[in-house]
Design a protein around this ligand. Structure first.
Ligand code: ADP
Length: 398
């Protein structure tokens, strides 16, 4: 009987899923989809491996609109698509693994307790990652579940690079340090880099994971040396709606002078800022490029984003004391030729030079876009976080 692996990536308002078949070499995706608008107006969409649309429907209005109903819906839809196979393992994306989890872990009642203890470190995300684990325990009892952490890849950062300049004992006691996120994406890049660019894989590579959430990481010998995200996923680059790095004094000003409360400040830095807040137009780069010719604020947001990415690239190269390759990945990194061209132009003084024609070409394959005389090779490598989760789950097949 075919062994199937279900990968679940649950957030506060959406659940993404992929169903893989455990093939001889690597898990092969069969179906993927998501439910958006959980708690508001849940909508289910699904595609096959070749991206053919198979479903696009609202969930029944008379049912509760939470994660429970959504997971039921996904399993019901998958029922007649298992081709005689059975779901033998489930992999979950979990945002925070704290200091303890540096590898994927088989979920047990004790592990769930440990994950619950991490909720204060990621209150906006961790509860939504834990809920589906418990629900799947009830829906598919006995099927092993594996948690894969966004923080895990960054546990190799030298201690110095994990620190904030806070009182030492306070930071230690409260677990306030740079954890870093998007680790599954970086782990995927690290898994394919040795074949694509062996010299960079052995050396110093700056990876730019630029999507709705954006971060960058310095990979030395394919291990994380430093990363732009810190204690939370609001640090570092400006994002779709998040500020990125912000003078901590601004928060105090909002609290003490503007009398904003914690929820208002949370909304300000997580939901109203970044590309959306600067432009007043959209959190989506495509909209900003379309608006830029006539809207100076849309252009300002794009310019600010590119400036911060190029600046962080230089900073991360310094953290490694080397720069052997630059890799773009995720929604903007993989698709936005305009942002890539601008970022690389700004890094020209370091010897980055791209072939603009290669940069403009669209392809879902990994490819080099630098010119032969560029001092630093520049790559576009489509990321695949779900595959990393599926691979981890395969190790724990029932
Ligand atoms: P998430 O962080 O939600 O996983 P993605 O990595 O899918 O996000 O990135 C989504 C973002 O990628 C969009 O908000 C948009 O800014 C950008 N994007 C997607 N396609 C394009 C494109 N063709 N051109 C420019 N930007 C794009």
């Amino acid at each position: 009987m075919k062994e199937l692996i279900l990968v679940i990536n649950a957030g506060s308002s959406s659940i993404k899923f992929q169903l893989f078949e455990n093939a001889a070499t690597d898990p092969a995706v069969l179906y993927k989809g998501q439910i958006d608008g959980i708690y508001v107006d849940p909508t289910f969409t699904a595609k096959d491996a070749a991206d053919n649309k198979l479903a696009s429907e609202k969930l029944p209005a008379d049912k509760p609109k939470g994660h429970d109903t959504s997971l039921h819906h996904i399993l019901d839809w998958l029922k007649d698509k298992t081709h005689g196979g059975k779901i033998s393992a489930i992999g979950h994306r979990v945002v925070h693994g704290g200091t303890k989890f540096s590898e994927p872990v088989l979920i047990t009642p004790e592990v769930i307790k440990e994950l619950e203890a991490l909720i204060p470190l990621a209150p906006l995300h961790e509860p939504h990652n834990i809920a589906p684990i418990k629900i799947m325990n009830d829906l598919l009892p006995g099927v092993p579940q594996v948690a894969c952490f966004d923080t895990a890849f960054h546990t190799t950062q030298p201690e110095l690079f994990q620190m904030f300049a806070l009182p030492y004992e306070f930071a230690q006691k409260e677990g306030i340090r740079r954890y870093g996120f998007h680790g599954l994406s970086y782990a995927y890049i690290a898994s394919v880099l040795p074949e694509l660019d062996p010299k960079a894989a052995k050396g110093c590579t700056v990876v730019a994971h630029l999507g709705n959430g954006s971060s960058m990481a310095a990979l030395k010998d394919c291990k994380c040396q430093a990363t732009t995200m810190g204690f939370t996923a609001v640090e570092g680059l400006p994002m779709g709606t998040r500020t990125g790095t912000l003078d901590a004094g601004v928060i105090l000003h909002c609290l003490n002078h503007l009398k904003m409360d914690a929820k208002q400040i949370e909304d300000l830095i997580y939901k109203q800022s970044g590309l959306l807040g600067m432009s007043g137009v959209s959190s989506d780069m495509r909209d900003l490029h379309a608006a830029s010719p006539t809207n100076p604020r849309a252009k300002l947001a794009v310019d600010f984003f590119c400036h911060r990415v190029s600046r962080e690239a230089a900073s991360l190269a310094q953290a490694m004391e080397g720069f052997d390759a630059l890799v773009f990945t995720a929604g903007i990194g993989e698709n936005d030729n305009i942002a890539r061209a601008e970022i690389c132009k700004q890094l020209g003084w370091m010897g980055v030079k791209i072939d603009l024609e290669a940069n403009d070409k669209r392809s879902g394959e990994p490819r080099k876009i630098s010119t032969p005389d560029s001092k630093i090779p520049v790559w576009i490598i489509p990321t695949n976080e779900e595959l990393m989760i599926a691979r981890a789950a395969v190790k724990n097949l029932a």
